[in-house]
Design a protein around this ligand. Structure first.
Ligand SMILES: Nc1nc2c(ncn2[C@@H]2O[C@H](COP(=O)(O)OP(=O)(O)OP(=O)(O)O)[C@@H](O)[C@H]2O)c(=O)[nH]1
Ligand SMILES: [Mg+2]
Length: 236
């Protein structure tokens, strides 16, 4: 099946969310769609649930990877599969309902007049619900830090709710991106800006995960802090 819009959803231990998120996304997306779950052999059986969904729905597919390697490599593999499958628009969304699938409509609509669309917590109308002050400060501070160092106008650089035109992913040399966590989100957007693509931020409200365990760690925050200056140096 040839689909114009591909939605890539990375999963690690999302057995409590994966079915609901896939069903919610199928409701929102137009018929010419493909939903690709990228699972890193979750020990909780997420991959088997995803396989069952793929058997039941022609527009759902699963990419199984051998072990937890971080978000970056999972996205690169998913984006490659989408490009090979003929995708025109490639969307990415978390599996844990932090991103509201209903917002996909607004993000995809904005992609008609832009090359990269970011679901943004830090523009007018955007928000973060439920987070405590520490997590808020880390996220907001991280985006401000990256924005300052990279010298870009984007307000939400670390978010993971995004849409790319095919040409962007073809232009930014995905295979040379070696970061694993939040830094991956920064890097793809920064590379797109450097390559001259138009980036638009669409306000979203970000929610805490519904169920399941957080994989956020000080290691991936530190990775982002250290890798952003390196991105800037390479971008010069
Ligand atoms: N394939 C794959 N997916 C991952 C990996 N790490 C996180 N994810 C998924 O990527 C999405 C975003 O993860 P994060 O929001 O960074 O991590 P999280 O565990 O949801 O953390 P909280 O938002 O704090 O709960 C979720 O759907 C996760 O299941 C990984 O190493 N491999
Ligand atoms: Mg999350």
């Amino acid at each position: 099946m040839d689909a114009r819009v591909w939605l890539v959803i990375p999963t690690y231990n999302e057995s409590a969310n994966v079915e609901a998120i896939v069903e919610a996304a199928r409701e929102v997306l137009t018929p010419s769609r493909r939903i690709l779950i990228v699972d890193d052999s979750s020990p909780d059986g997420t991959g088997a649930i995803a396989d069952r969904l793929a058997d039941a729905h022609e527009d759902v597919a699963v990419l199984h990877r051998p072990g937890k390697a971080g978000l970056g490599p999972a996205y690169v593999a998913g984006f490659r599969t989408a490009l090979e499958g003929g995708a025109e628009l490639i969307a990415q969304m978390d599996a844990d309902f932090s991103h509201d699938p209903a917002d996909l409509r607004r993000l995809l609509a904005a992609a008609e007049a832009s090359d990269v669309v970011l679901g943004s917590r830090y523009v007018g109308g955007g928000a973060v619900a439920e987070w405590g002050p520490l997590r808020r400060a880390i996220s907001r501070g991280g985006s401000a830090y990256a924005r300052g160092i990279l010298g870009v106008e984007v307000h939400d650089l670390t978010g993971g709710f995004k849409v790319f035109r095919r040409a962007v992913l073809e232009a930014i040399d995905l295979d040379s991106i070696s970061v694993a966590g939040y830094a991956f989100q920064v890097e793809t957007t920064y590379r797109a800006i450097r390559a001259g693509f138009r980036v638009t931020e669409v306000p979203i409200t970000f929610h805490d995960r519904r169920v399941g365990e957080s994989k956020m760690s000080s290691r991936i925050v530190l990775e982002a802090a250290l890798r952003v200056p390196a991105m800037r140096l390479r971008g010069r």
